[in-house]
Design a protein around this ligand. Structure first.
Ligand code: HEC
Length: 131
């Protein structure tokens, strides 16, 4: 093999190696972002998530509006929580608000359930379900 040919071979092998590395990195990244995308749902089982979604629409919706835009209680859409952290929302759900119509839910939902609902509300996924 001439010197030129073997240099070309090397260059080809080199670019294939780079391509494989780039492919490996980007495919890993897309798997990672898919996982991140799915954080809502990871704390509770899929079945529980379905039950909680139903509960948010019907039980919470009875006061906060079926589409959660607000009713007797304030809106529970993402804009409402811009300056509030997840812990605050979770604690409000678990313990309710003394002296207001917002009841505590801790007798029927777990800590993880409340965390899931809080993330669900912040994610705005309810908007997709309402469409
Ligand atoms: C009986 C009516 C009622 C039901 C049912 C109800 N809420 Fe509420 N909720 C309220 C009221 C009224 C407020 C406002 C309390 C206040 O004035 O601080 C409130 C406030 C909240 C807040 C705080 C909002 C903020 O920005 O501070 C969250 C979060 C919340 N509710 C979530 C829920 C969830 C989740 C459910 C269902 C599991 C639910 N609520 C069911 C009446 C209700």
């Amino acid at each position: 093999m001439s010197n030129l040919a073997s240099t070309k071979m090397l260059a080809l092998q080199f670019s294939i190696t780079i391509a494989v590395i780039v492919l490996a990195i980007t495919s890993k990244q897309s798997i990672a972002s898919e996982k991140r995308h799915d954080t809502v749902g990871s704390i509770v089982s899929l079945d529980r998530a379905t039950e909680l979604t139903h509960m948010v629409k019907h039980d919470c919706g009875s006061c906060h509006g079926m589409t959660l835009k607000g009713g007797l209680g304030p809106s529970l859409l993402p804009e409402q929580f811009k300056d509030k952290n997840i812990e605050y929302i979770k604690l409000t759900i678990l313990h309710g608000r003394n002296g207001t119509a917002m009841p505590p839910w801790k007798s029927i939902i777990s800590d993880d359930d409340a965390q899931w609902i809080a993330e669900f509300l912040i994610s705005g996924k309810i908007n997709q379900l309402n469409q």
